[in-house]
Design a binder for this molecule. Structure first.
Ligand code: ADP
Ligand code: MG
Length: 386
C-alpha cells in the first residue's frame, strides 16, 4: 500500500479506536446514579427489557413499574436428539433466536426501544457461550440507546420469580425472611432469602442437581430429553409405593443426587436382566416410585432447615418446581407444618426472562448498574455482588 494512504488508514483506525474508547465510558454509565435520581424525581415509568440466555432457552421480557408486560421464550429443540444440552449448539441457537425473541417481547408489551429505562441480562451462572450471546446483545442495546445496563444472577432471579405481577394482578408475595428450595437442571439449593437482593445459600447439592437426576433417570428408561416432565406425566397413573429406594446420607442441608442416579441404574439393570420388558410393563409405577423418592429427599432437608431456622414462609422455584408431585407434597407438608407456601406459576418455573426483568427492577431501584466491562460468569454465587 502507498505509505501516505497507509498513514491515513492508520489515522482513521486510531480515530475509530478513540471514539470507541470514549463511547465505552458513555455518559449513561458515568452518571447512572444522577440519571436514576432524575428519573425517579420526574416520576417517569421504569421500563426494563430483560434478557435470559444462560442455558437452552432464549427469552426476553418487558417489565414496567414492576409489572410484567411480556415474556417471550424460544426453547431449543435441537438438544432433544442428543439427550442433553450441547453447549456449542446452544450458543449458536441463541444467536439465531435473540433478535426475534427481543422483537416479540417489545411488540407484545407495546413498547418502543426509546421508552426503555434500562436493559438487563443474565450474567451467570450458566454456559459461557450461551451467556455471552445475551450479555453482548444487552450491552449493544444499552450502548446504542444510552441507557443503563443491569446484570442479574440467574439463581437469584429464580427466587424473585415469586414477586412477578402481571398488570392488575394482586398476587400475594412472600414475606421476609423465607426459605426457597430452588431446583433446576443445573442447581439444587436451599436459599435463605432475607430481602429481594439479600440471599444466602444454606444448603446445596454436592454433585448432580435434582433436574439432572430426573433427566438422567429418564434417559435410562429410554425417554427423551428433558425427561423430568415425562417422568411427571407417567407418574400420574403409577403406584408410588411399588418400588423402594434408599436415602443418601449427606451432612446438614446439603444434597447428593449422583449416588441416587447410580442406585436407579443398578435397579433397572437388575430388573431387566430378570425380565427384559420390565420397563415397558411397569413404566408408570417406576416413574411414580422414583419421583416420590426424589421429592422425599428434597423435602426432608427443606423441613429440617425450616425447623432449625424457625421460618415458616416457604417457596419453591426452578424447573423441577413444575413437578406436580412436588407441588402437591409441598402443599400437604405445609398443612402439617403450618407453613405459608409459594409455588410459582408454570410459566415462571423453567428458565424465563420475566424473572430476569423482575430482578433487574429491584436492582434499578437500588441504582445497581453494570458496565460494559462486566463479563458473564459460568459460576456465580448468589451472594456475590460483583
Ligand atoms: P436450568 O436453569 O438449570 O437450565 P430450568 O430451571 O430451566 O433449568 O429447569 C429445567 C429442568 O427442570 C430440567 O432438568 C427438567 O427436566 C426439569 N423439569 C421441568 N419440568 C419438570 C417436571 N414437571 N418434573 C420434573 N422435572 C421437571
Ligand atoms: Mg434455570
Amino acid at each position: 500500500m502507498d505509505p501516505i494512504a497507509a498513514n491515513k488508514d492508520q489515522k482513521q483506525h486510531t480515530l475509530k479506536q478513540d471514539t470507541y474508547e470514549k463511547t465505552s465510558y458513555f455518559p449513561a454509565f458515568f452518571d447512572t446514579f444522577t440519571l436514576l435520581i432524575l428519573h425517579l424525581s420526574q416520576n417517569k415509568d421504569i421500563i426494563i427489557l430483560g434478557i435470559e440466555s444462560s442455558c437452552d432457552d432464549t427469552s426476553a421480557a418487558v417489565i414496567k413499574n414492576g409489572e410484567i408486560l411480556s415474556n417471550s421464550i424460544t426453547s431449543q429443540l435441537i438438544h432433544e436428539k442428543y439427550g442433553g444440552v450441547v453447549p456449542e449448539l446452544a450458543s449458536r441457537a441463541h444467536q439465531q433466536n435473540i433478535i426475534p425473541v427481543v422483537s416479540s417481547a417489545l411488540k407484545q408489551a407495546n413498547i418502543q426501544t426509546d421508552q426503555l429505562s434500562a436493559v438487563s441480562f443474565t450474567r451467570g451462572p450458566g454456559l459461557l457461550g450461551s451467556l455471552l450471546v445475551g450479555a453482548s446483545f444487552a450491552k449493544s442495546m444499552a450502548l446504542s440507546l444510552e441507557i443503563p445496563l443491569i446484570e442479574v444472577n440467574h439463581m437469584m432471579a429464580h427466587v424473585l420469580a415469586h414477586f412477578i405481577q402481571k398488570p392488575a394482578e394482586n398476587r400475594d408475595t412472600p414475606s421476609f425472611p423465607f426459605i426457597c428450595l430452588t431446583v433446576s437442571g443445573g442447581h439444587t439449593q436451599l436459599v435463605l432469602v432475607r430481602d429481594h437482593l439479600k440471599m444466602e445459600v444454606i444448603g446445596e447439592t454436592i454433585d448432580d442437581a435434582a433436574g439432572e437426576a430426573f433427566d438422567k433417570s429418564a434417559k435410562i428408561l429410554g425417554l427423551s430429553y428433558p425427561g423430568g416432565p415425562l417422568i411427571d406425566k407417567f407418574a400420574k397413573t403409577g403406584n408410588s409405593d411399588r418400588f423402594k429406594f434408599s436415602h443418601p446420607s449427606v451432612q446438614g442441608y446439603n444434597y447428593s443426587f449422583s449416588g441416587l442416579k447410580t442406585q436407579f441404574l443398578y435397579f433397572i439393570q437388575k430388573e431387566t436382566q430378570r425380565d427384559h420388558e420390565f420397563v415397558s410393563k411397569n413404566l408408570p409405577d417406576i416413574c411414580a416410585s422414583w419421583q416420590q423418592h426424589i421429592i422425599k429427599v428434597l423435602l426432608s432437608k427443606l423441613k429440617k432447615a425450616a425447623k432449625d431456622r424457625k421460618i415458616n414462609t416457604i417457596a419453591i422455584a426452578g424447573g423441577v418446581s413444575a413437578n406436580s408431585g412436588l407441588r402437591s407434597e409441598l402443599q400437604q407438608m405445609s398443612i402439617k407444618e403450618g407453613w405459608t407456601i409459594f409455588i410459582p406459576e408454570f410459566e415462571y418455573c423453567t428458565d424465563n426472562a420475566a424473572m430476569i426483568a423482575m430482578a433487574s427492577h429491584f436492582k434499578y431501584l437500588e441504582g445497581d448498574f453494570a458496565t460494559l466491562s462486566t463479563v458473564p460468569k459460568a459460576r456465580m454465587p448468589i451472594e456475590s455482588l460483583s
